[in-house]
Design a protein around this ligand. Sequence first.
Ligand SMILES: *Cc1c(COP(=O)(O)O)cnc(C)c1O
Length: 415
Amino acid sequence: MNTKKLTEFDPLIQESITKELQRQEEGLEMIPSENFVSLPVLEALGSILTNKYSEGYPGKRYYGGCEFIDEIEQLAIDRAKEIFSAEHVNVQPLSGAPANIAVYFALLEPGETILGMDLSHGGHLTHGHPVTHMTKVFNFVRYKTDAEGKIDLDNLREMALEHKPKLILVGYSAYSREIEYEKIKEIADEVGAMTMADIAHIAGLIAAGEMNNPVPLFDVVTTTTHKTLRGPRGGIIMCKEKFAKKIDKSVFPGFQGGPHENNIAATAVAFKEALEPEFKTYAKQIKANAKVLERKFNGYGYKLCFNGTDNHLLLMDVTPKGLTGQQAEDALTKSGITVNKNMIPDDPRKPMDPSGIRLGTPALTTRGFKEEEMEIVADMIEKVLTNHEDDKILEEVRKEVKDLTSRFPLYPELA
Ligand SMILES: *Cc1c(COP(=O)(O)O)cnc(C)c1O
C-alpha cells in the first residue's frame, strides 16, 4: 500500500489543489449553482467508503459486506424524507442529469412527450435541449414565460392540451421566481399527465421552508445535492410510493451500476446540516442577499429578467450597458468575480456569446456575507462592467475582492 502523503507522492496534483483552494478563498464565487461544503461533508466524501461495491438497495444487495453501507444509505434516505416530506427517496443517482434521465425512462416509453420550459427561459439542458441524447428518445415540447417574466400558465395549458404530454416538467436553472405547483398540477390532472419538478437549484431554499415544496404534491421530484442544498456532488429522486419500484429499477439496474457510497454518506451529513436551525438562517440570508443585488442592479439601470428574484439567483441582460454576456463574464473573471454568461428569454444572440449573465448568492452567503457586503459586491460588479476594457480598473477591483474575501476565510483549517 502506498503510505505517502499526497504532497509527497503526487506534488503535481497537490499543487493544483492548493491553487484551486486559493482561487476559492480569494475570489467572489457567484455562480448560482455552486457552494462550499463543510469539513464534515468533505471528511465523509474522502472516506474509505469509496472502496465498497454495493449494487442494489439497503437490505437487498448483490454484494456481501454491506451492513454498514446499508446503515449509511438508510440514514441518507430517512433524512431526505424528513427534510422534504417525501414518501420514497432514491439517493443513488450520480448527479442531477442522471437522476432526470432515470426518471424519464422510469415513467415513459420512447417517443412519448414531455412538456418542459423553453431553455432560454430558464429550463435545463436535461429538459430537452437538442444537443442531448434524450431528445433522440423522447419528444420534448416547450412552454415559456410571459412578458412579466412569470411562467405563462395559459401558454403551458394550451401546450398541454395540444400535445397531450405524458409528463409535465417544472424546475429550472436560470429562473428566479416562485413556482405555483398547485396550478401546474391542476393542468396536469386536466390532461392526464404526470408531474415532475426538478428542484436542483432551489432544494436548499425548499429544505429551509423558504420556497414552496412540490414534493408532497408532485409525482416525482429530482434534485442535485451540491447547489443550495450544500452537499457533495450528487443527485436524488423523491417520489410517491406508487412510483417507488419503477424509479428504483430505473436507477439500478436500468441505468447505473454501483452507487458511490462515500458520496451518499457525505450527502447524509449535508442533510443533517440542512435539518439544523442554522440552515434556516442561511437560506433566509441567501434570499436577503439576492434582494440586495436586485435593488442595486435595478438602481444601476440593468434589465433583470423575470423582473427580479424570489430565490437565490438573478438573470441580467447586460447588453443595454454596451457589452455581451461573454465580455461581462471575462471582465468579471479578471477581477476575481466568477459568474456565468447565460441566455436571456428569446435571446437574439448565440449561446456562446449570449446577452446575459447569471449570478447568485448561495456561495457568498456560506462565507458569511450579509447585506452590507452584498452592497459592496454589487458596486464592484458595476465598476467592472462599466469599465470592462480598462485592465487597470479590473486589477484594482481584483485587489478589493481579495481584501474583502480575506475577511471571510473559507477553510482556514486547510490552509
Ligand atoms: C444543475 C441542474 C441539473 C444537473 O445537475 P448535474 O449535477 O450538473 O448533472 C439538472 N437540472 C437542473 C434544473 C439543474 O439546475
